[in-house]
Design a protein around this ligand. Structure first.
Ligand code: SF4
Length: 464
């Protein structure tokens, strides 16, 4: 029995896979990325050694998470940061909404944070009466369209310049233009005013550095720097797995994230934030709140087999190479984290039985594992999720079918005989596919049932 999430996924995937225009858009959006990524990878002395190094640092951090988090928080608190531990999405939302109320806020500006998408923060803030504005250009565009980000790193990659121009014309009454610079200036004009009005700035964090008690934010537009510096109060929302041991680890992670994520040697703006404005500092927010989010991460941490999924630095490289993502697109997943990494962690974060279908949204080609800069064993984890789902709720018909299949394939003579016997019935099955009972009908719907060759390969081989 399919969950409602799986049924929706199947419907959307079927529609989008057949949408050649959508597929062409994604291919063209990724073409320049691929070229740039490979050029920047070549600038590393040894990309594979860098991946090993990054995986080792992440392993160290994740396997001693309690110690590193303790050190990280202690340092931040010593400089006046208010740290809140949120065990789930509701606690994180409640804390931030209550803070906005306490500060008498009206307007909130945000820089890109997938963690806030994970907890559906914007909806809660809006329901509580606050204006919430996304300041990252891609996020701003999808917010105007009232849709979720399409991709971890490129939220609006599914849109053409013309579509963005039409959107700005409709929502912001700007003159139509296909010029990227002019489109950016339209958004910039709109956003500058929002920064000045904002009472609270909300950001994510790419890394938390235990050694120095700082968060690191990496971005290309300078919007995160304004979000975290201009408003009176800054709130950073960070998953607990983002902590790394040392400041010097950034020397590896920042270029690596830029290379794998956007095909850059380094992103344009890299900020380190260690607390609110100190007495001897001329500017910065008066208050800095850090919300550390668990929301299922400790459960994943307890799973020794799949714990390395917490190494993820959200570069999006696995999405870009995934043949499924490139065909069905980001919105089809209906999850915060799309593509291979989303398919691995969503069942952990939101329930295995509702989201197990994502583990099958894979050709198991292994391209994701091959490109992952922190060496997460992505395609094997998809298999682990499949196994776990079957173990939790075995389907007796499925089990019967696979046992029968195993028996047959272990006995080629019998298989050959059966195939020969079934050959005359094939046209009949083809003609009757519409009236077959489920799940056979669904299985046949996307299959062509080509004619069976008169001679099997086995037979042909024998005769030679
Ligand atoms: S799993 Fe690896 S490739 Fe995918 S987003 Fe995370 S770090 Fe990047």
């Amino acid at each position: 029995m399919l969950s409602s999430f799986a049924a929706k996924f199947n419907t959307r995937a079927t529609r989008l896979t057949a949408d050649l225009e959508h597929r062409a858009k994604i291919r063209s959006a990724l073409r320049s990325y691929e070229k740039a990524r490979d050029e920047k990878k070549a600038l590393f002395q040894d990309w594979e050694a860098a991946r090993d190094g990054a995986a080792t640092i992440k392993w160290e951090a994740v396997n001693h998470l309690d110690a590193y988090l303790g050190r990280f928080v202690e340092k931040l608190e010593a400089r006046g940061t208010k740290v809140f531990w949120a065990s789930n999405a509701q606690e994180a939302r409640d804390y931030i909404v209550a803070l906005a109320k306490e500060k008498g806020a009206h307007s909130i500006i945000k820089s890109k944070t997938m963690t806030s998408e994970e907890i559906h923060l914007n909806d809660s803030l809006r329901q509580a009466g606050y204006e919430v504005v996304e300041s990252d250009l891609g996020e701003f565009i999808v917010q105007l369209r009232e849709e979720a980000p399409y991709h971890l790193v490129f939220p609006a990659m599914h849109l053409t310049r013309t579509e963005i121009s039409d959107l700005f014309h409709e929502k912001l009454h700007s003159a139509p233009t296909d010029n990227p610079e002019q489109l950016t200036m339209i958004a910039r004009r709109e956003l500058r005013l929002k920064y000045l009005r904002a009472d609270i700035g909300i950001s994510g964090a790419n890394f938390g550095i235990a050694e120095t008690g700082m968060i690191s934010i990496t971005e290309n537009e300078g919007n995160a720097r304004l979000t975290t510096a201009l408003p009176r109060v800054h709130v950073a929302l960070m998953g607990i797995e983002k902590v790394i041991p040392k400041l010097s680890d950034l020397a590896l992670f920042l270029p690596m994230l830029a290379t794998a994520g956007t095909g850059q040697q380094i992103t344009c703006y890299n900020s380190l934030i260690g607390g609110p404005r100190q007495p001897d500092e001329p500017d910065g927010p008066a208050e800095f709140h850090l919300v550390l989010l668990d929301n299922g991460r400790t459960q994943l941490l307890a799973d020794a087999e799949q714990r390395d999924a917490l190494h993820c630095i959200r570069c999006g490289a696995c999405l870009n190479v995934c043949p499924i993502f490139r065909n069905v697109g980001g919105h089809t997943y209906a999850t915060t984290y799309q593509g291979p990494i989303g398919s691995v962690i969503t069942p952990h974060l939101r329930g295995l039985m509702d989201w197990k279908h994502l583990s099958y949204a894979s050709s198991l080609c292994g391209a994701c594992t091959e490109v992952c800069p922190v060496k997460i064993d992505l395609h094997h984890h998809l298999l682990h999720n499949r196994r776990n789902a079957v173990a939790r709720n075995p389907d007796k018909w499925e089990r019967f079918a696979f046992r029968a299949f195993a028996r047959l394939t272990a006995n080629p003579g019998l298989l050959d005989k059966l195939v020969r016997l079934s050959r005359p019935f094939l046209p009949l099955v083809r003609a009757a596919r519409q009236i077959m009972p489920p799940p056979i009908k669904g299985w046949l719907a996307s299959r062509e049932l080509p004619a069976i060759a008169l001679r099997s390969f086995r037979n042909y081989w024998k005769s030679r």
